[in-house]
Structures are given as C-alpha cells and as structure tokens.
Design a protein around this ligand. Sequence first.
Ligand code: RUB
Length: 265
Amino acid sequence: METNIKKILNDIKQLKIQGATNIAKAGLRAYIFKHDSKTKKQLINARPTEPLLVNVLNKADKEGQEFILKHLEITQEKINKFVLKLIKNNSVVFTHCHSLSVVNALIYAKKKGKKFEVYNTETRPLYQGRKTATELAKAGIKITNFIDSGARIALTKSQDTRDVDLIFFGADAILKKGVINKVGSGMFAESAFLNKIPIYILADSWKFANKIKLEERDFKEVWKKTPKGIKIKNPAFEMIPKKYVKAIISDLGILSYDKFLKNVR
Ligand code: RUB
C-alpha cells in the first residue's frame, strides 16, 4: 500500500503522470488508498499548480470517489460535444503540450467523422507534445509536430503550412485574470491574438482558483551539466491573459471568460 502511494507521488513529480486531469485522478487513487492529512499534503505539494487536484481531494472527503469520477467523465463528454460543433471540415487546429481534455475531444471529433488536421509543439524540456502527437496519430488524425520556437510559423500560412483556424489549450488553473497552462501558451496566445485566431480553453470548472503558485522545475530538465556561471530558468507554466481567450469550454457550458467567472462562484 505504502509503495503504491510512493510510486504515484514519484510518478506525478517526475511527470510520468502529467496533465491536470491525470494528476487529479492519480491523486484521488492514492488518497483513497491512504486517507489521511499527511498523504493529502504530500499529493498537493507534488505539483503545486493544480487546483483540480486540491478540489478533488477536498471533495473526496465529503462526496466520495464515484461522484468525482462521474463528474470528470460528464465534463469530458460535454467538452467533446462542444468541440465537435466548433471544428469545421478541412480546418487546422493548434495545440500545445499534452492535455487529456484536448486529446480526448479531438479523438472524439475524428470518430464522429470530422476531417481536420492538427499542428502542435514539442513542448521542451520534457516533450509532452510528442505524447499528444503520438496519441493523435494513433487515432488516425493528421498531425504535424513543430519545434516550440517554430510556433509562429505553425500558426500562420508559410511555405508549406496552412493558417490555423482555431486553438485548443487545456488549463491547469483558471484565475480571474487569465488561464494558467504550460509555459509557451502565453506566447502562442499573443501571436494568435495578432492573427485573429480564436483560443478556446477546454477545462473542468473545478480548475478555478483565486490564487495559485506557479511551479518552477529543476534546471537539470533543461541542461543537465550546466557549465559554471550559467543560471537556468525552467518555469513550468504561464498565464494566458483573459483578453486572449474566446471562450472556456467546461462542465458549465461554452462561456465567455466573464460569464464563466460569474457562473463558477
Ligand atoms: C500539462 C498542461 C495541460 C494541463 C491540462 O502540463 O499544461 O495543458 O495540465 O491538462 P504538465 P488536462 O505536463 O506539466 O503536467 O486537460 O489533461 O487536465
């Protein structure tokens, strides 16, 4: 029992388990195994930028596991249906990192017969974009994987790429001022805004938080044997200011940012 919790904690810390939803589900499994405040604290501290994990663990005390898993399932089903309506045939969708909410919705659209292709970014330093690309390719979705610094080329028509029609990002946290998602998201959002590409956030409303600590990860993920005199910055997340977000697609529906904020509290 003890080993299972240790393994889950390590897997979350090392990003073998990644993405807000997977982290919350794994955290819930561990907390059900060992239902005490020490375990809860350890889980919450494993990835500090995850309000869904915090909410799920708090709700586990009152509502129980089944209610939570059902809620997460229903949220994904709602997201899938909204995304299906948004994707037009022959469109290009852009995404970054690995979001289960996004990947599941795209696979659902493909299964429902939508014809579209996806551009995504590799997401250095841990390459979660490769996970996204692999899963989409496996589902038969045409996918082109770009280096992170090629994002502007990915977003707008270039030599052999098309204009992106819409962007789907997941979220780690939804704050009053903007959405927190994988580092790079804010930069892509600025470029998308300049090019009038709509950004949709696919996320559970339980990711709403008043305040959140932004995780900064080990420099070794970026450059293991850094020569002397070089400081490495490895921020895991950044904010997409709310003015760049067309709508949030969640269990509360497809809502403008302000409407989401009104409904979530
Ligand atoms: C993952 C990431 C995802 C969100 C949402 O970052 O930024 O977009 O967590 O994911 P990391 P989901 O790889 O550092 O965990 O839609 O699966 O909840």
